[in-house]
Structure formats: C-alpha cells, structure tokens
Design a protein around this ligand. Structure first.
Ligand SMILES: Nc1nc2c(ncn2[C@@H]2O[C@H](COP(=O)(O)OP(=O)(O)OP(=O)(O)O)[C@@H](O)[C@H]2O)c(=O)[nH]1
Ligand SMILES: [Mg+2]
Length: 196
C-alpha cells in the first residue's frame, strides 16, 4: 500500500510523545548510519532530514503514515544517532535520558529497526544496542545500510561478520541509494504492524 508521510512532532522528553495509537516502528543506529535516508526511501519522499552534520538530532522525530483516506496506519520514529562523540563510553551515557524508557515502555512499539553500516567492521556500540534490545525483549531487525558501496564479495563477507559478531540469524542488506532491500523491509514492517 502507498502511504503518505506526515511529520508529527519532535520530542525532547516523554511528555511530548504522540498518544500511543497505531503500531509504531523505530529506526535506531549510530549517527550517520543512514536512518533518515532509509526512512525517506521507505516512504518515497524527503520526509526526514538527512544530516549534513552527523549527531545533530537529539530528539525523536515522529512521522505518521496516512492511508489514501488520510487515516494514520503506522508511526515511524526516527531516533537520535549514537556513537558520534568520541568520548562517550556507552550508549546510555550519551543518549538523552528519555530514550531508554521509550524503548522499554512504549506500548505501541512493534518493531525496532537497528541499522548498522555494512561498510565498517562490527562496532561495539552497535553490539550494545542489540544487547539492550534483547534485554528489554523488543522485537528487532538488524539492517545493514549503504550496500551500494560494496562489491558482491565484500558485501557477503561484511554481512557475515556482522551476523557472527552480534550472534544474529539474519541481517537484511539495504541501500537507500539504489532501493535494494527496501521492498523486503516494507514487508517486514507491514507484518510487524499487523501483529496483534
Ligand atoms: N552511498 C550511500 N550513502 C548513504 C546511504 N544512506 C545514507 N547515505 C549517506 O549517509 C549520510 C548520513 O545519512 P543520514 O540518513 O542523515 O544518517 P542518519 O543515521 O539519519 O544520521 P543522524 O541523524 O545524524 O544520526 C548522508 O550523507 C547520506 O547521503 C546509502 O544507502 N548509500
Ligand atoms: Mg537522521
């Protein structure tokens, strides 16, 4: 189905989150990994701002996806990136305080899309995010971004390294530039969104 994206709001604390109504999908990952770009290629529009300056966004940006009758069907949440400040030791030390409770408690959150860069070796802070997902019992999907920058062999090798490092059964390769993997990701989002 074709959805129309509508920017809802930028939340800097839990009191500002939109009312929990329709199923929500969160996009998480290191700064510059391609969260906003992927969100845009999913909705086919420049809904989310692609960073010129990595690490700028400190808020959660919420977007509603409207069906042809203008009814909201899903919410996408674009989360602040982590891992930009070189001094930071852990995700939670760097993330604004409201992110952990968001992930632990948001009732309508159906799927966390955890983005990792397919062009770099597995990163410890990505591992921490995945550990946190397991700890809070969230359904999550690891997506490897920017695969257009790699040749076939290097892609296979890097995807395997990510799977092994984080003990994953599956990593979904995507490129916002070419659109590779985006349809598959949509199928996963729709499946998660229609789960009761
Ligand atoms: N080649 C290539 N470049 C990409 C792709 N996706 C994103 N980029 C580039 O990577 C940079 C960061 O992209 P963003 O989408 O802003 O990343 P982000 O994760 O939202 O960054 P923050 O909001 O700072 O956390 C931009 O220069 C994008 O053009 C991709 O699939 N392929
Ligand atoms: Mg962004």
């Amino acid at each position: 189905m074709r959805y129309n994206p509508q920017f809802l709001l930028s939340a800097l604390d839990a009191a500002q989150f939109p009312a929990p109504t329709v199923p929500e999908i969160a996009f998480l990952g290191r700064s510059n990994v391609g969260k906003s770009s992927l969100l845009n290629s999913l909705v086919g529009e420049k809904a989310a701002k692609v960073s010129q300056t990595p690490g700028r966004t400190r808020a959660i940006n919420f977007f509603a996806l409207l069906d042809p009758r203008q009814q909201p069907k899903l919410i996408f949440a674009d989360l602040p990136g982590y891992g930009y400040a070189k001094i930071s030791k852990s995700i939670s030390a760097e993330w604004p305080k409201f992110i952990d409770p968001y992930l632990a408690e948001r009732t309508t959150l159906k799927l966390c899309i955890c983005l990792v860069d397919s062009n770099v070796p597995p990163q410890p802070n990505d591992g921490k995010l995945i550990d946190w997902m397991r700890h809070v019992g969230r359904e999550f999907l690891v997506v490897a971004t920017k695969t257009d920058r790699l040749s076939g062999n290097a892609r296979t090798r890097n995807l395997l390294a990510i799977k092994n490092a984080f003990d994953l059964e599956e990593v979904l390769p995507v490129s916002s530039k070419t659109g590779a993997g985006v349809k598959e990701l949509w199928n996963r989002i729709e499946a998660a969104g229609s789960e009761k």
